[in-house]
Design a protein around this ligand. Structure first.
Ligand code: ZN
Length: 386
């Protein structure tokens, strides 16, 4: 078993066998050249009809090679290049999902290999789940923590919904490919990790005051992954194999924590709701999409700013049942400016201006973003509903 899963399992005290079994991903390979293991894996598993799902760019980076290698082993492999929308973005919407589903049906596909970043994974995850076949993860950038999650955030008629689907049967994370990913995508993965500062705060608050389910172990696994990232900001910023290994491991660990809980609380709080709100607005306006993690990182700074402001005001937290405890939690949350400086160090946008989100949208999202996930209790929700 992978050392990473082993480590997570050791922290998962009190979880039943079935849950521990559910986070097993075999194999989970994180090394240079991992992509060469995909075709032999497919043959070993006895798959004869395989689809490699990618976008035009990730097909060139990894998809084509996997398809060629699979064919050389006698596997009928088909590359599905997901088409971009009118703005030129590949998004996980109904059109992309149906495009892949049609190919799956026509090819008699037994497994989908997702060769790409988060969006290709979400499309593949949901299409494979719908077709009742497994999918294999080949991330091409360390840009999100959703590679190994079960939930597929998809866009239906312009609305973002997270639908329970399946996690990958195997992961091949090739450090050569990941290290060569665009700097902005690496910075986005770092931003998605930074978002755990606020998601973990929102989660402990939601559990204490809003009846949300909670697991100290899942929170701890996420916190350790975040801490490891923060101890290696410089290596991540250098984008060498050591830094990229730390980042992708942290992202996968955060994904494993979500798998264990069966929900995304540990990794997705009000900063994600802000990010999703901006995303839906951009779709409505027909604007080019921003990277998920780039939005999450900046949103984390904005949420930190708001929470610290509330904590500083005499009656700022009077809506909370236990304002003393909430104030304590906020005191441990990095300040807005600290978060922005980390984002800058990693080479990503650190402000809404740099991101391209205007002041009106920011203000509106801070008032309304909790509606994106109406059944999740966060500090932002409690504040807005007071
Ligand atoms: Zn995220």
């Amino acid at each position: 078993m992978s050392a990473l899963i082993d480590k997570v399992k050791k922290l998962a005290v009190g979880f039943d066998e079935q849950t521990l079994k559910s986070i097993e991903i075999e194999p989970l390979i994180i090394e240079a050249g991992a992509v060469h293991g995909v075709a032999p894996y497919l043959r070993e598993k006895g798959y004869r009809h395989v689809i490699v799902a990618a976008d035009a760019i990730t097909y060139e980076i990894a998809g084509k090679e996997i398809e060629t290698a699979a064919k050389a082993l006698g596997i009928s492999a088909h590359g599905t290049i997901i088409k971009p929308d009118r703005q030129g973005d590949v998004i996980a919407d109904e059109a992309s999902i149906v495009q892949l589903l049609l190919d799956i049906q026509q090819q008699g596909t037994e497994v989908v290999v997702a060769a790409g970043s988060g969006t290709i994974h979400d499309i593949s995850r949901y299409a494979a789940y719908t077709a009742r076949i497994p999918f294999v993860s080949v991330p091409t950038a360390p840009s999100v923590d959703g590679f190994n999650s079960k939930g597929a955030p998809i866009i239906i008629r312009g609305e973002k919904k997270t639908i329970a689907a399946i996690g990958p049967a195997a992961i091949f994370a090739d450090l050569e490919i990941l290290t060569a990913a665009p700097a902005r995508m690496i910075a986005a993965g770092f931003g998605d990790m930074l978002g755990k500062y606020t998601s973990l705060l929102d989660w402990s608050f939601g559990a204490a005051e809003g009846g949300e389910p909670y697991s100290e172990q899942v929170a701890e696994i996420t916190r350790l992954a975040l801490d490891k990232c923060m101890e290696h900001v410089e290596a991540i910023a250098r984008r060498d194999q050591e830094g990229i290994r730390i980042l992708i491991e942290a992202l996968i660990e955060s994904g494993l924590a979500m798998l264990m809980l069966g929900q995304s609380h540990s990794a997705s709080g009000s900063e994600h709701h802000l990010s999703h709100y901006w995303e839906m607005e951009y779709i409505r306006l027909g604007r080019r999409q921003l990277l998920h993690g780039a939005k999450v990182g900046v949103a984390c700074a904005e949420i930190s700013k708001l929470y610290h402001r509330l904590a500083a005001e005499e009656a700022g937290l009077s809506f909370a049942a236990n304002p003393v405890k909430v104030r304590e939690a906020i005191a441990a949350l990095p300040e807005e400016q600290t978060i922005r400086s980390w984002l800058r160090a990693a080479g990503g946008p650190s402000t809404t201006e740099e991101l391209g989100v205007d002041a009106e949208l920011l203000a509106r999202s801070l008032r309304e973003a909790h509606h994106v996930r109406p059944n999740r209790y966060t500090l932002l929700r409690a504040y807005n509903m007071k």
